[in-house]
Design a protein. Structure first.
Length: 251
């Protein structure tokens, strides 16, 4: 065993004069060497061994991986005329990894690329959304707890869906409030819809700002800066930004 190469070193070259002999009692010869490759591959025929043979003696090299063309018996003995391919590397190159390791590394690489792509899209969307010409003048600006602007996102359903998923009706009213597409007077006037433009409190024009801050028929604590403020407003004003029910029960 003292003649075996150390781990990480290249297997010794086999001179032509001894190419037909093997320390394992079989014939060894190169298998289609590639002159452009630094990897040498040899095959050897291993005779049958008794069950007293040490398992470590069945390995031809500590620098490569052994691939058996036959299965070993349950007792650990090599079958007669078992062909083994031993791969080594020249000039101290690393040992070939197991295919499963390469597969895991490939999956990790794909996950990294996917994460980078997602962050790149989110950064682009963030800068685009900050442009008032894209966002529109009617979008209600709210803040995140860290002070950054709150904006739509597809991650985890976005901030609105994750906050109001308990009620579809409340979620719909919040979306109408934030986007300005709500059944209120200013919307009716803008799109020339034949509906009253005034508020139920007597104001000439029912706008979102009027409903949130000045309407006497509504309860509001303070200017809504966060999504939680809108949630509290919707809780205390269950009819705000909602459609009036048809007396006949339709709709």
């Amino acid at each position: 065993m003292s003649d075996l190469p150390l781990r990480g070193s290249a297997p010794p070259a086999i001179p032509p004069s001894v190419a037909g002999s093997s320390s394992l009692g079989g014939d060894a010869s190169p298998i289609s060497p590639d002159p452009t490759s630094t990897r040498a591959t040899y095959s050897t025929v291993v005779p049958a061994r008794s069950h007293h043979t040490s398992p470590c003696c069945r390995s031809c090299s500590t620098t490569g991986s052994a691939h058996s063309s036959e299965y070993e018996s349950d007792s650990g003995m090599a079958q007669p005329h078992q062909e083994m391919e031993v791969e080594g590397t020249q000039e101290g190159e690393g040992v070939s990894r197991d295919p499963s390791v390469n597969l895991l590394l490939g999956i990790d690489h794909l996950n990294t690329l996917r994460s980078r792509a997602a962050h790149s899209v989110l950064d682009l969307w963030s800068s685009t959304f900050q442009d008032p010409t894209y966002r529109g003048s009617e979008f209600l600006e709210l803040q995140q707890p860290d002070g950054r602007p709150l904006q739509p996102s597809y991650l985890n359903g976005g901030p609105w869906l994750s906050t109001f998923r308990h009620s579809i009706t409340e979620f719909a009213r919040v979306c109408r409030c934030i986007t300005g597409h709500a059944p209120i007077g200013v919307y009716y006037r803008r799109f020339k819809i034949n509906e009253p433009h005034g508020c139920t409190c007597g104001a000439a024009l029912q706008s979102r700002q009027h409903i949130l801050f000045r309407c006497r028929d509504r309860y509001s604590v303070h200017y809504p800066r966060f999504l939680g403020d809108i949630a509290a407003f919707m809780k205390y004003n269950p009819t705000a930004f909602g459609f009036n029910r048809d007396p006949s029960g339709v709709g």
